[in-house]
Design a protein around this ligand. Structure first.
Ligand code: NAD
Length: 284
């Protein structure tokens, strides 16, 4: 049982963890801090949190566990602010979509206290933001990846893993570099592709005509372009090295399609589409 959980950033991810942990009965009290007073008032009204803190320092004072669920670009400043206010046994974790940059920020901000920081990433979410989008069942049956630090105590990793499991998630572990490489391909690149296509069409004089006629394929492909621009700006920049490599590979694929179309090369298109269709069907 966690006595006091501090959630810094009570949006979709932080609010859902608070709601799920309360529902599971594994946390006694949740204090929330964030930048938007309206969002915190909503989180309080919805019962996601029990108390609003005016600062990150106040939020973490007396907390047993601290969850950072802010955009990854905002985490460095917060680690620095909370460091002097953490109790000797307070654990810190995060839900950021990138891990190497968050770990570097934790090491810089927490110093030796980074031993108590267990990095995490729930593979669950939506294109919606804010406390109003939070759901107690968001993590049920979903994966959560922890990328523990070598200096983490085994008990610290277990406590964080148990919290996610109590919320219904399956918990696995991997290295931070491997995490960032994989998610550049399966998450960050798809978001870039969706943003690019929607922005391209939206900038045309006839944008309204295109959107009016778009069907379910466009809806499926571009759903994630409705995601938070701040969050995705931060993710893209934080993981830019792996993302640029994936972008290059994707551009080269698109370029091969372009060449095949120009040459009327049905075989190349058919072979690639067939391989992709089979792989996508197997993944279901
Ligand atoms: P969100 O926009 O719903 O919530 C973020 C909250 O942080 C907001 O309430 C906002 O007011 C607050 N905030 C933003 N900047 C702040 C700052 N500088 N100081 C204090 N508060 C600040 O976003 P979310 O979807 O809950 O994402 C939170 C984290 O979880 C991000 O790091 C994101 O990468 C990660 N994540 C998101 C998803 C997803 O699909 N949405 C999935 C997995 C992980």
């Amino acid at each position: 049982m966690i006595g006091r959980l501090a959630v810094l950033g009570v949006g979709l991810i932080g609010g859902s963890l608070a709601a799920a942990a309360k529902r599971a009965g594994v946390v006694r009290q949740v204090v929330g801090y964030g930048r938007s007073r309206d969002n915190l008032a909503e989180a309080l009204a919805l019962g996601l949190i029990d108390e609003v803190a005016d600062s990150p320092e106040a939020a973490v004072t007396g907390a047993d566990l601290v969850l950072l669920a802010l955009p990854v670009g905002a985490m460095a400043a917060v680690f620095g602010r909370i460091a002097p206010h953490l109790g000797p046994d307070t654990l810190v974790t995060d839900a950021g979509s990138t891990k190497q940059d968050v770990i570097a920020a934790a090491r810089a901000g927490l110093g030796a206290g980074a031993a108590r920081f267990v990095p995490g990433h729930p593979i669950a979410g939506a294109e919606k933001s804010g406390a109003a989008a939070a759901r107690a069942d968001l993590y049920v049956g979903r994966n959560v990846i922890l990328t523990p630090l070598r200096e983490n105590a085994a008990t610290a990793v277990t406590t964080v893993a148990e919290l996610w499991r109590a919320c219904g998630a399956r918990v696995g572990e991997m290295g931070a570099a491997e995490h960032d490489r994989i998610f550049a391909a399966v998450s960050h690149l798809p978001h870039l592709a969706a943003f690019a296509l929607v922005d391209e069409l939206a900038g045309r004089p006839e944008a309204e005509l295109y959107f009016r006629h778009a069907g379910s394929g466009f809806r499926d492909f571009t759903r994630i372009a409705g995601s938070s621009p701040v969050m995705w700006r931060d993710i893209a920049l934080a993981n830019r090295q792996a993302l640029v490599a994936e972008l290059d590979a994707y551009l080269s694929r698109l370029s091969a399609y372009r060449d095949a179309l120009g040459a009327g090369d049905t075989d190349t298109l058919m072979q690639s589409f067939t391989r992709a269709s089979a792989a996508r069907s197997r993944w279901q």
